[in-house]
Design a protein. Structure first.
Lengths: 106, 106, 106, 106
């Protein structure tokens, strides 16, 4: 992922776009891209969604997530691993097994 | 990132949650998490947003993005690098430098 | 608003689209349209957003909100008025005046 | 709807919240509420979603949509009716009947 972040920075800086990339607008862009990804599934079942478009839109989502992580000097892998640890306590296996009732995340 | 994906799979399977994780609902979850991240910036400027909450919500966004990539057998780093190549053609430096006019993504 | 709901139903039924309009997909469509509205403000300040586009996208948001209300046989005006009453208790003037700290909604 | 808009203005002004309600943040709030509505349907079919929660979250969506319409001095009913006219041309009955293929909105 470090390679991807490096390339995203280069892409941005070659276009002098850092001026637009304040964290609030990056969060907007991330949410907008996640919504474009969601649109691929609108009015249809998962099987009928176009995998090629999923690949493209998911790449956009990841790109903005990495740029936002970079803006806060966060390591993407590290924060995911830490969040899993938190969720392991929040959703103990004994109480969570086979039920989506209580959790709205992860 | 491979380590994070492996741990996310383990977390999910220990709770028998794969049954809920069809790609359409994963895309919903991703969009919902991106919106929770956005909420941290609501009614305020980027400087006033809480970095600790950004870290937590961004981790959730990344987690679902990785699970969705995994569902389609996509390599997260690879699809981001490929998308940058596409965008390099779509937004040539000479025409894109310093202007956010034409692009709505990346 | 009753006139608008009536016309939305006619538009939908003339195209035989009710089959796609289950509440889950209507909620997806509403969220996607709200995101398209948000995109008008991306990378810019509110003053630089195009009011003509706001009008178009806001109309889409309202259309899906009305269709969803209709699906649950809810009166749009009535549920807004009821929610204001709830929020009047939740955000008493004495504690809420001039501060956005506590509320994330309305 | 005029009654609801009037009450929303009173609610906002009694708390001196107009200072936070610039159109960009109103669009953020609208998108966030639409996402909370969507969350009611996450990991489940439409039938299993809680209608009481739909009512509450849909009211929030409508409230922000009305406040945004008000900020741009738009009549909610009027813009919906106008958008239906536009969509009648965009999606002629003869070509749209029974297919969700081409349209991503309304």
């Amino acid at each position: 992922m470090q390679e991807a972040i490096k390339r995203l920075r280069q892409f941005r800086d070659a276009r002098d776009w850092k001026q637009f990339h304040n964290p609030k607008d990056l969060a907007l862009a991330l949410s907008i891209e996640a919504s474009e990804l969601l649109e691929i599934f609108l009015w249809k079942s998962a099987e009928d969604a176009d995998p090629g478009r999923v690949k493209e839109e998911l790449a956009d989502v990841l790109a903005y997530a990495l740029l936002l992580a970079d803006a806060y000097e966060l390591d993407p892998t590290e924060i995911v691993l830490k969040k899993i640890e938190i969720n392991e306590k929040k959703y103990p296996i004994s109480k969570s097994r086979g039920t989506a009732k209580k959790y709205t995340e992860l």
